[in-house]
Design a protein around this ligand. Structure first.
Ligand code: ASP
Length: 343
């Protein structure tokens, strides 16, 4: 085996590889070969790079579970042949995809790093080059012949985050992502600063398991003052709905009005899983801290603790795909499976 790390670049689409359609003025995805021609610097990297591209690269607003499976299958098929994977992806739904892939790839022992950019790679002021080059460098890091990073991450604007801890927070700034409840794993300055104590521990010699069944009978409900009974009941009564991420206020608080609690109780009794996450951008759900969350706790609402909405909805899809017994679901959801919640 060569001592140089072998990296597979997986191109799914996104601004990084887009160009302007001069007829409409809108950005659209273009050919991946051209994308790499725009970064001759890539050849100077001390690793071997091969590429694979979606046949039809997409704007990530068109991302869906079938495409997550496609990304997972590319990694599965090439897992033994490469030391690391860099997934080029639109920033709009990158946090959802990184979260989904973190659940789908159990016992991952190699880096899978999502990155992209706010400006196309051909743009003079592009942020794509730094993001791509450093993501590849980090994916190539090795220690004693083994990869240093062994989890699904997201690299953007000088920071490597655990993917399932991130959210896109800015559509304008190059710093488009944050991980409000977990510090960055690596910071890129003059040197790469590795916060190794924050890396996800891996099970020794455990084989990669790729989970491809995701169940999208789920919904996200964001609470707001003035939400009416008919709105909430209409959603909760959707046929075959199995899980809900309920974005509540502050540390997991919601109205104490009877109509609201009765609907939640009825929904849980009929088998719906309801996960409480906060609509704040940082901090944790703590049901029972206020009177306005005590009842939710006693009704059996699941605590999302400090999970992001992106990780919560993809974790729901992942767990619902596993036909877990009703009585075990809450405990399993409240457990950190891939470092997505703090315990
Ligand atoms: N709309 C683009 C996408 O998510 C934005 C980006 O790539 O940054 O595909």
């Amino acid at each position: 085996m060569s001592s140089k790390a072998k990296i597979l670049l997986v191109y799914t689409g996104g601004t990084i590889g887009m160009s302007k359609d001069f007829a409409t003025g809108a950005l659209k995805a273009f050919n991946f070969g051209k994308l790499l021609q725009n970064i001759p610097e890539i050849k100077q990297l001390d690793c071997e790079i091969e590429t694979v591209s979606f046949e039809n690269p997409i704007d990530s607003s068109n991302m869906n579970p079938e495409m997550w499976t496609k990304i997972a299958e590319i990694i599965e098929k090439n897992y033994l042949a490469y030391d690391g994977f860099v997934v080029l992806h639109g920033s709009d739904t990158m946090s959802y995809s990184a979260s989904a892939l973190s659940f789908m790839l159990e016992n991952l022992a190699k880096p899978v790093i999502f990155t992209g950019s706010q400006l196309p790679i051909g743009d003079l002021r592009t942020d794509a080059k730094e993001n791509l080059i450093t993501a590849i460098q980090i994916a190539s890091l090795q220690e004693n012949g083994a990869p240093v990073i062994k989890e699904v991450c997201l690299y953007f604007e000088y920071k490597l985050y655990r993917g399932n801890r991130t959210s896109k927070v800015n559509a304008e700034h190059f710093k488009a992502f944050t991980a409000p409840n977990y510090p960055e794993l690596v910071e890129s300055g003059v040197h790469l600063k590795l916060n190794s104590h924050l890396f996800l521990p891996v099970k020794k010699n455990a084989k990669l398991i790729v989970h491809k069944k995701l169940d999208n009978h789920v919904a996200i409900i964001k609470m707001f003052p003035g939400m009416s009974e008919i709105v909430l009941s209409s959603i909760l009564e959707i046929k075959d709905l199995k899980g809900i991420v309920l974005e509540t206020y502050g540390s997991g608080n919601a109205p104490t009005e009877d109509w609201f609690l009765n609907l939640i109780q009825k929904a849980i009794q009929s088998g719906l899983h309801i996960v409480n996450v906060t609509q704040c951008s940082g901090g944790s759900v703590n049901m029972g801290q206020y009177e306005t969350s005590t009842k939710l706790k006693s009704l059996g609402v699941i605590s999302g603790k400090d999970i992001t909405t992106e990780a919560a909805i993809t974790k729901l899809m992942y767990l619902l795909g596993h036909n877990i017994a009703k009585e075990d679901f809450k405990d399993i959801f409240e457990t950190a499976l891939r470092g997505e919640i703090s315990l």
